[in-house]
Design a protein around this ligand. Structure first.
Ligand code: SF4
Ligand code: SF4
Length: 100
């Protein structure tokens, strides 16, 4: 078997599954600044652009849970109201990428 044949390509889901998280439950690193603005936000892009599905629409409000956050910053960029208070987690907390 050649070296090229031995390479196993992982799906995105398989790659994400090898990561680990140490969630800072006492100080979430991302917050929605004003939930009332989410009611006015017509397309709610955070709910479909976040790769970890941290934002879930419930009626006309949005609920955020940061446990599976990949720290990609997409939500901060796509929010049309600049309504996301985004910081990195405290040192040692958050996602641990395990590339193989
Ligand atoms: S994109 Fe921003 S304003 Fe719109 S629902 Fe998400 S957090 Fe709220
Ligand atoms: S930083 Fe990325 S993974 Fe984390 S909540 Fe925002 S979009 Fe989702």
């Amino acid at each position: 078997m050649s070296a090229q044949q031995a390479v196993k390509f992982l799906t995105i889901e398989e790659r994400l599954n090898v990561n680990a998280w140490d969630t800072d439950i006492y100080r979430p690193h991302i917050k929605i600044k004003d939930p009332e603005k989410c009611r006015l936000c017509e397309k709610k892009p955070c709910t479909y652009m976040c790769p970890a599905k941290c934002y879930v629409q419930q009626g006309d409000i949005v609920v955020l849970s940061t446990e599976a956050c990949l720290e990609c910053g997409t939500c901060r960029v796509v929010c049309p109201y600049e309504n996301i208070d985004w910081n990195y987690p405290r040192s040692g907390m958050g996602v641990w990428y395990r590339f193989s």
